[in-house]
Design a protein around this ligand. Structure first.
Ligand SMILES: Cc1cc2nc3c(=O)[nH]c(=O)nc-3n(C[C@H](O)[C@H](O)[C@H](O)COP(=O)(O)OP(=O)(O)OC[C@H]3O[C@@H](n4cnc5c(N)ncnc54)[C@H](O)[C@@H]3O)c2cc1C
Length: 458
């Protein structure tokens, strides 16, 4: 080691930071990590994990109803928010402990406190200056509420996991996946939910069929989804909140959740003073090797604002540690990264949307299947599933797979391997289905749909 206290100093013990630190430690580097809030970062504490636990909780109301069609009589039902949150907290505490042990067992020194960057090789934690050959900024992002009259009455996603009471009337503002997920959670738990999005349709960037299909399903579940709707003011009136919309409409609520986007955690870190260039929204600008404008300072995860997903932060962390301390890895590949939206029903998606495929591949074939899941033939629930494949006509490669329906995330994870391997539609067709499942539709769709664009080309 060359005169520095550490080979690598990581700021932020979230998904990406912990993975980078552990991997570097395992490769023989001397590593320290600083964290000032919670082990495991956003995902473990105020993101994926507690969110998914709340999603599970919110499914039970429908499960109890659906049971009747299968002969079950379910007794009196009640839901206790306090129990859910206490059990969730206990699980998160367990995970915090696991993260702490993983770090310590990999020989990583943990410093508790806020870290700032002094220069390319120096950080400061709680007044102590520490030097390192490489500094990794993995400070993630945070939710924010834009400024407007009454914005102080709005809540953010972090608050959702520690509410004292379950709100009965919820307004969710935003059109991204976090907004859609919380609308489903509170609706499933029995709240009256309105979702407002300022644009013409939510989930921008997802396949259009998926976006419209999910919206229809959410509305069927009683969520009041409104587009082109903007709040201009929030007022507090006798304990109640009131959202006033641009068109003069008023919506009374117990809670107004702003899930309108997240900003990278780069403020007050000393980055710009140290010469680190920030890009859009304050994200750290990095090259293909996650190197900032100061070559010894690197950044990964939400703070670089490429793809805000835990597995991406993990993969970037691992890639960087290997790049710095191991054998040179192949260039980081952002293609065909699957993701899920834990909406109700769930979205699973990988590869190109139809619109993107048409603009990049040219001629494409679209295969869709829309059906009532078998379970609902007896439950009587009016919920449908959508599955869609997008095939590049010239190469026969499947370039996109999308699903809205139960277990879509679980199913599309497997399909993602096929896309990553460059599977063709003929290979999908040659795969025998598992019967009776919804997933088998992905290997039994035979006739391409005829779209308006295709008709126009005829
Ligand atoms: C509500 C919600 C739901 C989500 N659901 C999913 C999902 O289902 N699937 C999915 O893949 N992704 C999901 N995400 C996104 C996922 O959580 C993030 O992409 C992931 O956590 C990013 O990891 P990271 O390492 O970049 O940052 P983080 O996990 O945010 O870690 C950053 C860490 O740095 C610490 N820190 C910040 N500044 C300092 C400092 N100066 N000194 C010391 N420590 C500092 C923070 O306290 C934090 O622990 C969700 C996010 C949210 C908010």
């Amino acid at each position: 080691m060359s005169g520095y206290n550490y080979d690598l100093f990581v700021i932020g013990a979230g998904s990406g930071g912990v993975r980078a630190a552990r991997t570097a430690g395992a490769l023989g580097a001397k590593v320290a990590i600083a964290e000032d809030r919670f082990y495991g970062g956003t995902c473990v504490n105020v993101g994926c994990v507690p969110k998914k636990l709340l999603v599970y909780a919110s499914h039970f109301a429908e499960e109890f109803e659906d049971a009747a069609g299968f002969g079950w009589t379910v007794g009196e039902r009640s839901f206790d928010w306090g129990t859910l949150i206490a059990n969730k907290d206990a699980e998160i505490e367990r995970l915090n402990g696991i993260y702490e042990r993983l770090l310590k067992n990999s020989g990583v020194e943990v410093l508790w406190g806020r870290a700032t960057v002094v220069d390319g090789h120096t950080v400061e934690v709680e007044g102590r200056r520490i030097t390192a050959e490489h500094i990794l900024v993995a400070t993630g992002g945070r939710p924010f509420v834009p400024e407007f009259p009454g914005h102080e009455h709005a809540s953010m996603s972090d608050d959702m996991f520690h509410l004292d009471r379950m709100p009965e009337r919820v307004v969710v503002v935003g059109g991204g996946y976090i907004a859609v997920e919380f609308a489903g959670i509170f609706s499933g738990l029995g709240a009256e939910v309105t979702q407002l999005y300022r644009g013409p349709h939510f989930l921008r960037g997802f396949d259009d069929d998926v976006r419209h299909f999910l919206c229809d399903e959410m509305r069927k579940k009683g969520i009041d989804v409104r587009f082109n709707a903007t709040i201009v003011r929030i007022e507090k009136r006798e304990g109640d909140l009131c959202a006033e919309l641009e068109d003069g409409t008023e919506i009374p609520a117990d809670m107004i959740l702003y899930a309108t986007g997240r900003v990278p955690n780069t403020g007050g870190l000393g980055l710009e003073e140290a010469g680190v260039r920030l890009g859009d929204k304050g994200a750290i600008a990095v090259d293909q090797a996650f190197r900032s404008s100061v070559p010894s300072i690197h950044a990964i995860g939400d703070v670089i604002d490429r793809m805000q997903l835990t597995p991406v932060a993990l993969a970037e962390g691992m890639w960087l540690a290997r790049h710095l301390f191991g054998e040179a890895p192949a260039p980081f590949d952002y293609d065909n990264i699957p993701s899920a939206v834990f909406s109700q029903p769930t979205i699973g998606t990988v590869g190109l949307t139809e619109a993107k495929a048409r603009s990049t591949c040219g001629d494409v074939d679209i295969y869709t299947s829309e059906f009532r899941p078998m379970k609902h033939t007896l439950s009587g629930r009016d919920e449908r599933t959508l599955m869609k494949l997008i095939v590049d006509r010239a190469s026969d490669r499947v370039v996109g797979a999308h699903m809205v329906g139960p277990d879509a995330g679980e199913i599309v994870q497997g399909i993602a391997i096929a896309l990553k391997c460059g599977a063709t539609k003929a290979q999908f067709d040659a795969t025998i289905g598992i019967h009776p499942t919804a997933a088998e539709e992905f290997v039994t769709m035979r006739e391409p749909a005829v779209r308006e664009v295709d008709k126009a080309a005829e």
